[in-house]
Every structure is written in C-alpha cells, then in structure tokens.
Design a protein around this ligand. Structure first.
Ligand SMILES: Cc1cc2nc3c(=O)[nH]c(=O)nc-3n(C[C@H](O)[C@H](O)[C@H](O)COP(=O)(O)O)c2cc1C
Ligand code: SF4
Ligand code: SF4
Ligand code: FES
Length: 606
C-alpha cells in the first residue's frame, strides 16, 4: 500500500435516514477491516440524499458509494482500498441516462447546487468539535468578540440582506437591531428548530450534521443583542438532533465557546435545549414562547412582538436554524460576498426539501432566483416513469400549488408571493399527471385544519368548512356555488386569522382554484376525476377483448372481486371492488397480462 492510500478517510453517513438503514453496522464492519490497513473512518451527518443511502464516501478520491450494505464492505476494502479499483456497482446511477457516476462532484444532484449552510453536512464529524474547528469553525465568533462592535455586526447583517429562513422572510439585521435596542437587562435568544412541515427536514439535517454552526450563530446573535441565555426549541421527534446538540454544547463549553467569560472576552452565554411535543403551531414564535413557559402552545396577539416582550416578558430574539447558521459565514466571508448571491431583494441561497414525483428527492441548496425548472429537472432529475409534470407545491402544507406555466419562475420571496404561494419552510412537493389537484388541496387543508390550535374562529371553523366542501367535491357531490364559497371562505380566513397558520392555510385551495379551476369543474359538472384518484367517481372494468385470462389480477385482488376461468376473459364485481388499483397496476406490469383493465368514469347517481 502506498503513502497516498494510507491517507484515505472513509466517511460513513450517520444521518437519521442512513442510520435507519444500518449505517452504524457498516461502520463497524469497515472499521474492523480498515484498522489493519491504517485507514481512518469517520461518521458524518446527512448528505441530503437519503434515498440513495446508506452513503459512504472515500476521500480524498471523492468516490461516492450509494445504497451500501454490510455485505458490500469486503468489496470496498479489497477492490478499492487495497487494489485501487473502486466498486462500480455501488456508484450513483443517474435516473435519466442510466449511467453510473463515480465522483460526488459529478453527480447532477450536487453539481448544480451552491452549498453554503449545507457545506459541512456529510463532510465533518458532528460529534467532534475539532472537525468544525478544522474548517474554520468559531472564527466568526472570535471576530465578533474581539474585532467588531455589536453595531458593526448589525450593519454587516443588514448589508448582507439576510432574511429570516423560518418562512416570513423578515430582515434579520433589522430584527437584531430592534432587539439590541429593546430596554431591559435580561434578554433571550431562541433558535426555532420546531420544523413542523411534514416534508421538510433541512433544520434537522443541519442540527445533526453541523450543530456547531448553529451554536456559533446563536452566540454571535446573543452577543450582538445582549442576551446571556439561549434556548433551542427542537421537537422531541428529532432524538438524533437532540443528542448531537447535547454533545456539541458540552464540547463547546469545554473549549470555552459557551459559558462564563467566553474566550476571556467577558461575555457570558449558555444554551439550553427545549424539546417540544411536535405540534405544527408551536413553530409560530409566540406559541413557541408559550410552550417554553410551560403553557399550551397557542399564539398570542402581536404586538408586542417577541423582540420587545417575549419569553417571560423579556426582549427575545427568535431566529430559524438556517438563519443562524448563515451568520458565521457572513461574518467571515463578508456581507458583500453574501449579497452578491441571489436576487435583488432575496439574498443568498435557499434550502429546499424536494419530494414527491421527482427522480432525485432530497435537500438542495441553490441561489435565490434559481428557477423551479432548474430545481425540478436539473437537480431533481425530472418526473419518473415518463409521466407529465402537473404541479409543484412550494412552502409546505400552507404553501401554494403552482402549475406548469410557473416552471420558469425564479424562486425567491417576492415571486412566490406574487404567484399566490410562499417560501415557507422550503418544502417543495412535485406532482405528476396521476395527482388529483382537488384531492391534494383537500389533503393539505386536512393537515392545517387538524393542526389549528382552535383559538380563533376564522381558522378553527373556516378551515373545517372549507374541508367539508372539498370533501363533497371529491365525492362527486359538489356544486358550482361551492367554488365561490371556497374563495370567500379562503379570503376571509386569510384576513381574519390570528396567526400565520390560519393566514396561510387556504393557500393550497386558493391557488388550485386559480390555476386548476378546470379540474374542480370536471369533478362538479362532469362527475370526472381526470387523475382517477377520487374513488366515488371511478370504476374498474375489464376489456373482454384484451383480457388473456392470465389470472394475475385474481391473485392480487384483496377482496376477491375478480373472477373468471383461466385463459378466458375475467370480470370485476363492482360491489366488492375497493378501488385499490392493484389489478390495474398488475395488468400493466405483468408481461403476459394485456393492459385489459381500465379505469372509467362512473355514471352519476341521480
Ligand atoms: C404555523 C407556523 C409554524 C411555523 N413553524 C416554524 C418553524 O418550524 N421553524 C421556524 O423557524 N419558523 C417557523 N415559523 C415562523 C416563526 O413564527 C418565526 O417567524 C421564525 O421562527 C422567525 O425566524 P426567522 O426570522 O429566522 O425566520 C412558523 C410560523 C407559523 C405561523
Ligand atoms: S389562526 Fe388558527 S392556529 Fe393561529 S391562533 Fe387562530 S386558531 Fe390558532
Ligand atoms: S391481469 Fe389483466 S389480462 Fe390477466 S386476467 Fe386480469 S384483466 Fe385479464
Ligand atoms: S441520512 Fe444519509 S444521506 Fe441523509
């Protein structure tokens, strides 16, 4: 073995996704083999590409192994580490071209991203503070403590154009300024890591993969506004993030980056973790404060805003995980560097969690202003199975559903708002032609309606009424008047609700009514669901001329609704059919079967 080979390090992803598909076992097996070769292994956090996990990277070669199993360890060691022949069958396979790609840097999913706050994720060991220090960690804090005044820090954050990544996009420098000027000796800082949007996991990923970047951001913010105590409000369903934070806080205290007289500067600051019970509304800043104070998480009226009167009535700065993680970078690389990235009013990068009917699902970080097309087709690899794109939901459950004409839309706060959607948490759900848009609107409204805390009537009652109307439409019982009612209710809730949950909950309905009104009308007037999703509007039939009598559908039907002798046309008993689609799928998939099952619109019951 040569000198170069000995300097190799094997990075094994230990994010939640990869851990659940046995990456710790892979690490144990690799360690056993590599110790005798003098090669180091290192656990890392999530790479944001969990669908390809468990992920193993060999550095400095930059070889990216996907879907690694314990059984692959021998091949990696013998072939790659000992004989310099990387294991091709474990390379990432491009879903569009089918080609295997060896190096991390050449994979389109990563190549087209600009990873700023995700830069360390998957590359450093989040459980070792020295790893963070080795990549320049805590240099920003030192600069803030010894070379900058709080006013200078605020000036820098203002010039950078950083806006809060928790959803609303409030200018961060402005918020820090108001809090720094708020009167009172005692102030608090809260890192909002509630992340209640079901599709989003970027905040969890950052906490699991690079926790010190958030602690450093909190310390910078605390020093700037004059806070001595910080809380990280993280949901209890994120046990790995909590564990990594606990380790990081303990190590930061030991090295003098947290606690009394930080680095001899005279500045005292410490952080406590608060585990939330996991209600969506608890991400709303005033509900979050109620929750830390020991009450039920329900939003308060604003003003006063938390920066004036927050936790226990003291001035409190609340920022999202990502907002805080950007600040050390801005301090070190400069405000102008940051403001050169992005669009005129939305600076820097945005992190999206892309899911749904797209080839590559995962976390992507791109400059603000990148188009939806670039994200979905360039990074996401497009829609699988040659299906047609139908819509994309941006901003989580209370964001908007945008149609194909918006694919060229540059994604930033302003353009999304003008299209009726929001940036929100950065959730991005891609839908194909098999998605029923009315069903989707109902699904998202069902979520927000169930998560409504019930404090105010427009949200509590209004979302319920909207859900009932949508439910009727999907059952073929809608009327033309329902569409007007949905619009009126949506507008009223947006205007009348107390907090952002109610104010944004109607978005999926209002945008789908705006961009997909035809589909609503088809459900109501033609009793037709073009995506064949709404069960009351469809039936499954066998085309006798096409049926080969292969019996595949008979075997798969869970209710015994299909009968017929072998090699003869079959029948589906509508009274037994539960419309699970199993027969329809198998008839297409099975080579001997003949595409004989069709989904038809049922006759409207009079
Ligand atoms: C229903 C609801 C849920 C929210 N959830 C979160 C969340 O999970 N994380 C977050 O940072 N902000 C969330 N917010 C926004 C916060 O109220 C607040 O604006 C944000 O934490 C401020 O941080 P920023 O200025 O860094 O964006 C939510 C708002 C609403 C209305
Ligand atoms: S808008 Fe909804 S979630 Fe917000 S306070 Fe009112 S009832 Fe509660
Ligand atoms: S799977 Fe298709 S071809 Fe085979 S028996 Fe069923 S309907 Fe006929
Ligand atoms: S947990 Fe390994 S890539 Fe996300």
């Amino acid at each position: 073995m040569t000198q170069t080979e000995n300097t190799r390090t094997i990075l094994i992803c230990h994010g939640t996704g990869c851990v659940s598909s046995k990456s710790p076992e892979i690490r144990t097996a690799l360690e056993k083999e590599t110790q005798r070769l003098g090669i180091t292994t290192k656990l890392t956090g999530c790479h944001g590409f969990c669908q390809q996990g468990p992920i193993v990277i060999v550095e400095p070669d930059g070889v990216f192994y996907t879907r690694v199993g314990v059984e692959d360890v021998t091949d990696i060691v013998n072939s790659h580490l000992q004989n310099n022949k990387p294991v091709g069958r474990l390379f990432y396979q491009d879903p569009t071209t089918g080609k295997r790609i060896q190096h991390y840097r050449d994979i389109p999913f990563y190549k087209m991203q600009q990873r700023l706050i995700l830069r360390n994720c998957g590359h450093i060991n989040p459980e070792e503070i020295d790893d963070y220090l080795a990549v320049g960690g805590y240099e920003a804090l030192k600069k803030v403590l010894f070379e900058m005044t709080p006013e200078k820090v605020i000036e820098n954050i203002n010039i950078s154009g950083l806006r809060g990544r928790g959803g609303a996009g409030f200018p961060t420098g402005r918020k820090w300024e108001i809090c720094s000027k708020a009167s009172g000796e005692e102030k608090y800082i809260i890192c909002n890591a509630d992340e209640g949007d079901p599709g989003a996991f970027m905040d969890r990923s950052i906490l699991e993969a690079d926790p010190h970047s958030v602690l450093e951001g909190m310390s910078i913010a605390a020093h700037t506004v004059g806070a001595k105590k910080g809380f990280i409000y993280v949901r209890a369903e994120y046990p790995l993030a909590v564990k990594r934070l606990e380790i990081a806080i303990a190590q930061a205290r030991k090295k003098g980056f947290l606690g009394k007289d930080i680095l001899g500067s005279g500045f005292d600051f410490d952080i406590e973790i608060f585990e939330g019970a996991g209600a969506f509304v608890c991400g709303e800043e005033t509900a979050l404060i109620e929750s830390i104070e020991g009450r039920r998480g329900m939003p308060r009226h604003r003003p006063p805003f938390p920066v004036q009167s927050g936790l226990w009535g003291k001035p409190t700065l609340i920022n999202n995980v990502k907002t805080l993680a950007y600040t050390p970078l801005i301090i070190v690389r400069g405000a102008d560097w940051f403001s050169d990235i992005g669009t005129e009013r939305s600076k820097g990068t945005a992190v999206f969690s892309i899911t749904g009917k797209v080839a590559n699902c995962g976390l992507v970080e791109v400059p603000m202003g990148t188009t939806l097309h670039e994200i979905i087709y360039g990074i996401g690899g497009g829609i699988p199975n040659r299906k047609k794109f139908k819509a994309v939901q941006t901003g989580g459950p209370s964001g908007g559903c945008l149609s194909e004409e918006f694919l060229g839309l540059p994604v930033d706060y302003e353009s999304l708002t003008s299209a009726g959607s929001i940036m929100g948490s950065g959730g991005l759900v891609v839908m194909d032609e098999d998605t029923c848009i009315v069903d989707v609107a109902k699904y998202f409204l069902d979520f927000t309606q169930k998560e409504s805390c019930g404090k105010c009537v427009p949200c509590r009652v209004g979302t319920r009424l909207m859900f009932e109307i949508l439910d009727r439409i999907t059952h073929g019982e809608g009327t033309a008047e329902d569409l007007l009612a949905l619009r009126t209710l949506g507008d009223t809730i947006k205007k009348g609700a107390l907090c952002g949950l109610g104010q944004t909950a109607p978005n999926p309905v209002l945008t789908t009514l705006r961009y997909f009104s035809n589909e609503y009308l088809e459900h109501i007037k033609e009793y037709r669901c073009r995506a064949s999703v709404c069960k009351d509007l469809i039936e499954f039939k066998v085309i006798r001329e096409k049926c080969t009598g292969c019996q595949s559908c008979v075997r798969i039907c869970p209710t015994g609704a299909i009968t017929g002798p072998r090699s003869k046309p079959h029948n589906i008993d509508a009274s037994k059919c539960i419309k699970c689609r199993s027969c329809y799928e198998i008839c297409r998939f099975d080579a001997i079967a003949g595409n004989a099952i069709v989904i038809r619109t049922v006759e409207k019951k009079s």
